[in-house]
Design a protein around this ligand. Structure first.
Ligand code: NAD
Ligand code: TDX
Length: 349
């Protein structure tokens, strides 16, 4: 297997690259990442010099670099080693995205550029160079909010934020390339991930790290919004199965089966960290804040035999442990450019 992984220096991409190294050491991987604020090569330090893995800094919306990578010319031009000529990827796994809803409310432009245009550039390159499987890593947010019941893969797309609208647009482009050009695209729509290496702008790492610094944890609205949480390892295992057995043109919902309100989570985290509940601070709600996400994941379990292994409790305590043990990782992020963004976001509320 020869994979082009995009956005591999971000949260889920990092965990995925580590998972593949562990489970399939013979698979070749090229990681194309623009290294935005969310990309961090520190995450892959132990892997960076291993044979079979290489990092390329670049933008998925840049036709030239995508074309050079998917044709294999990039490797021939950049290395004297003759065996690198044969590194033309047969599989694309597209994680690269602007991924934070709050940022998409402040400025949607990078979301359109990367999530929509970038995906289209990758699809076009994949079509031109005969890629055998194109995995689009999508999200449950494309369906919008649901008060009762669960979304199936056939549910209508009804995104609420510029982020989820850009992901829905990308999904529709992927399906159009399947129908029009028979490009073997498979889409996964996963619920909220938690685990190591998540950028501390997202609820769980933000709450853990703020609590460790005795800083208030902002709770949007009444804190009763519900998300279904999945440990990132379980998501990576689902993607591994989809790469090997997913049906072209198909969409697979991927969920952890752990519906929690934001308040449930923050209360539990403060308990685990032995910090006072008074650190919770209710702030103005996020505009168009989806009330509840819930997925029916029967297709991936019955057709591909995948099921999540982690309970929410196990996932949360593994995540807390990781942040406790990796303080320099999150401290360097929180003391840099991100600190200014956070102050601005938080003071606005
Ligand atoms: P992330 O923000 O942590 O990482 C995104 C990565 O993409 C970063 O390394 C960044 O540098 C890179 N990137 C951004 N723009 C790029 C571009 N134009 N070209 C190349 N690289 C670029 O995101 P994440 O949480 O790891 O999410 C990965 C994917 O999974 C996204 O597509 C997201 O929509 C999807 N997803 C995330 C979750 C979640 O809970 N985090 C759930 C479901 C689906
Ligand atoms: O400070 C906060 N306070 C708060 O109450 C933050 C950052 C979030 N929240 C709430 C909003 C949501 O109800 O917590 C919930 C989770 O928020 P996020 O961590 O921002 O995630 P969400 O908006 O649910 O989207 C995530 O899951 C789906 C990822 O960011 C997306 O990339 C993925 O597609």
């Amino acid at each position: 297997m020869k994979l082009l992984v995009t956005g591999g220096a971000g949260f889920i991409g990092t965990n995925f690259i580590r998972h593949i190294r562990q489970e399939h050491p013979d698979w070749q991987m090229t990681n194309l990442d623009k290294l935005t604020y969310a990309g961090n090569l520190e995450n892959l330090k132990e892997i960076q010099d291993q044979p079979g893995y290489r990092f390329v800094k670049g933008d998925i919306a840049d036709r030239k670099i995508v074309d050079a990578l998917l044709s294999g010319e990039y490797f021939a031009a950049n290395s004297l080693r003759p065996n690198t000529r044969d590194l033309r990827p047969s599989i694309v796994v597209n994680f690269a995205a602007e991924s934070h809803v709050d940022r998409s409310i402040l400025d949607a432009s990078p979301f359109i550029e990367t999530n929509v245009k970038g995906t289209q550039v990758l699809l076009e390159g994949a079509k031109k160079h005969g890629v055998q499987r194109f995995i689009q890593v999508s999200t449950d947010e494309v369906y919008g909010s649901i008060d009762r019941g669960r979304f199936t893969e056939e549910s209508t797309l009804s995104p609420s934020s510029p982020y989820s609208a850009s992901k829905a647009a990308a999904d529709l482009l992927c399906l159009a390339y399947f129908k029009t050009h028979h490009l073997p695209v498979v889409i996964t729509r996963c619920t909220n991930n938690l685990g190591p290496y998540q950028f501390p702008e997202k609820l769980i790492p933000l709450a853990i790290t703020n609590a460790l610094e005795d800083k208030p944890i902002p709770i949007y609205g009444d804190g009763l919004n519900v998300r279904d949480w999945i440990f990132v390892d379980d998501h990576c295992k689902a993607l591994d199965v989809v790469i090997q057995k997913g049906k072209p043109g198909e969409v697979y919902n991927v969920g952890g089966g752990n519906e929690k309100t934001n308040l449930d989570i923050i209360r539990k985290l403060l308990e685990l960290l032995n910090k006072p509940q008074s650190l919770m601070q209710f702030v103005t709600d996020r505009p168009a804040h989806d009330r509840r996400y819930a997925l029916d994941c029967a297709r991936i379990s019955t057709e591909l035999g995948w099921k999540p292994a982690y309970s929410f409790e196990k996932a949360l305590s593994a995540t807390v442990d990781w942040y406790l043990k990796n303080e320099p990782w999150w401290r360097s992020i929180k003391s840099g450019e991100y600190a200014r963004y956070y102050e601005e976001m938080y003071l606005k509320r």
